[in-house]
Design a protein around this ligand. Structure first.
Ligand code: NAP
Length: 265
């Protein structure tokens, strides 16, 4: 029988690529986005409006979904974005909004889907973290902290649900060629270009090099997740599309990591 996969944040990037990939392999795909109009050319069986920062939106979308399907086999918590700033200058409201999507949105979705999965004897949840959940970048403390939080939430929920036939893991992409860096710029650049900031040298370097690193093809990253899903058992975390240098960073002792990040980040 075809498996049902529910994915958040499908209006662009990784979410959209995942829908297309799962659909090509014969899954029943439920694509969701804040604005359902942005799903017009996404391959999916069901297209639903869902804002992960809004509990009512999640409730309504689950009512709709469960009137169409009997269960949900796979959830991909993909919705997320970044705001960049030095810690001293983080705008707390912007940080709260980002946490509401990256962290609380993921928790809300897990809380909605777990009873459904339990009722059907199991399921899989992929929380899309980042390599930024394993190493902290300069002017990136807010986003990194949201992705570090996902690591802990994923591990805890995994241990808690193991006996229920549910497997939860975190997917840690490196840089991918999506709208991610454009959204980041929209959310961060006004502040980062403020000449009054005492972090001007850090921001200048960030603005110069940001997004210029090699980026993985998002469709290939989606293929990789789909292949991971073919495994009989899931590990707790998988890095995808991460360059060797970042893999090395995550394994460095603290002193060396500090030197390397200040030198190269
Ligand atoms: N691209 C990278 O380099 C990279 C690296 C590591 C990890 N990641 C992670 O990968 C995931 C996907 O990002 P991407 O690269 O595909 O970027 P993207 O193209 O900007 O996609 C982000 C998606 O999240 C959605 N979203 C934002 N707020 C939402 C909300 N409140 N409710 C529902 N959806 C919401 C966006 O929808 P709207 O169109 O409505 O805004 C968009 O569809 C994110 O979790 C990101 O942190 C990306």
């Amino acid at each position: 029988m075809e498996k049902t996969v529910l994915i958040t944040g499908c209006s662009s990037g990784f979410g959209r690529a995942l829908c297309n990939e799962f659909k090509d392999l014969g899954y029943y795909v439920i694509a969701t986005a804040r604005n359902v109009m942005r799903l017009s050319d996404v391959k999916a069986d069901l297209k639903i409006e869902l804002d992960v920062s809004d509990e009512r939106s999640i409730r309504n979308s689950f009512e709709l979904i469960l009137s169409e399907v009997t269960g949900i086999d796979i959830l991909v918590n993909n919705a997320g974005y970044s705001v960049r700033s030095a810690v001293e200058e983080i705008e707390i409201d912007k940080l709260k909004d980002m946490m509401d999507v990256n962290v609380f949105g993921t928790i809300r979705m897990m809380q909605a889907v777990l009873p459904v999965m339990r009722k059907h004897g199991g399921g899989r949840i992929y929380n899309v973290g980042s390599i930024s959940g394993r190493m902290t970048g300069i002017a990136n403390g807010g986003y990194c902290s949201s992705k570090y939080a996902l690591e802990a939430i994923t591990e805890a929920a995994r241990y808690e649900t193991k006996d229920m036939g549910i497997e939860i893991c975190v997917i840690e992409p490196g840089a991918m060629d999506t709208d991610f860096f454009g959204t980041l710029a929209k959310n961060s650049d006004e502040k980062m270009k403020d000449p009054a900031s005492c972090y001007g040298n850090i921001y200048e370097r960030d603005l110069k090099f940001r997004g210029k690193q090699a980026k993985s093809d998002v469709q290939k990253c989606a293929k990789r997740l789909v292949r991971i899903n073919e495994k009989r058992k899931l590990k707790v975390r998988y890095t995808i599309g991460v360059s060797w240098i970042y893999r090395v960073f995550t394994k460095m002792p603290d002193g060396l990591k500090e030197w390397a990040i200040r030198r190269f980040n």
